[in-house]
Design a protein around this ligand. Sequence first.
Ligand SMILES: C[S@@+](CC[C@H](N)C(=O)[O-])C[C@H]1O[C@@H](n2cnc3c(N)ncnc32)[C@H](O)[C@@H]1O
Length: 228
Amino acid sequence: MAYPGGKSGDGIFHKIINQIPPHDVYIEPFLGGGAIMLNKRRASSSIVIDSDADVLTDFVGQPGVIVECGDAISLLPDLVATLVSDGKNVFVYADPPYLLETRKSKRPIYKNEMMSEHAHSLLLAMLQKLPCMVALSGYWSSLYESSLQEWRSINFQARTRGGTATEWLWMNYPEPLELHDYRYLGGNFREREKITRQRKRWRARLARMSALQRYALLSSIAELGGTS
Ligand SMILES: C[S@@+](CC[C@H](N)C(=O)[O-])C[C@H]1O[C@@H](n2cnc3c(N)ncnc32)[C@H](O)[C@@H]1O
């Protein structure tokens, strides 16, 4: 069954993964069902955190995945600071329990909720200080809007148990020119299919080339860089 507030829905994880630039270490501090962690290409190492030990069991013992049970708001700052000082390119995707006032149902749905506005203010202040790339999911609220004025955002419609809702993703980095995972490129199912077919054709053509021809192609692409 889908995890409450999970991002496994059709088109949802695609849109989020299409905003994630390349990184060495991936951190998902409010793991839940871990839809993004499960659907994106694995980073060299990943760290997953949740204060509910039950949601972490599936990830325990997976090579390259560190599992931490505890409060993400207190754990993240030191964790990120250590990794960044070791020269790691860190990406954090945070999908906390949404602010209660923004939810259709005002009833708690997680064993551990973030009921108070104060908890969200602490989270926002903490995330803003992290010295790495951060993406944060939520519904729009004046608190998030005013706290994250400097951040870029996208929004999109998502199907929920109670109908449709507008999902927001706030990011502290510019629109990526490169992605960590290109498998979900495209705005909708048809576009994604078209790009997947295109990539298969390119791969087949590349496989027929000599290594030197491939490197020549690579250097032409590098010359163009991110220009459109
Ligand atoms: C919105 S859900 C995450 C859903 C997930 N992105 C998915 O796709 O299934 C939020 C999660 O945050 C966890 N949580 C709540 N407060 C927390 C805290 N202070 N620290 C870490 N995890 C917390 C809850 O246990 C819940 O699993």
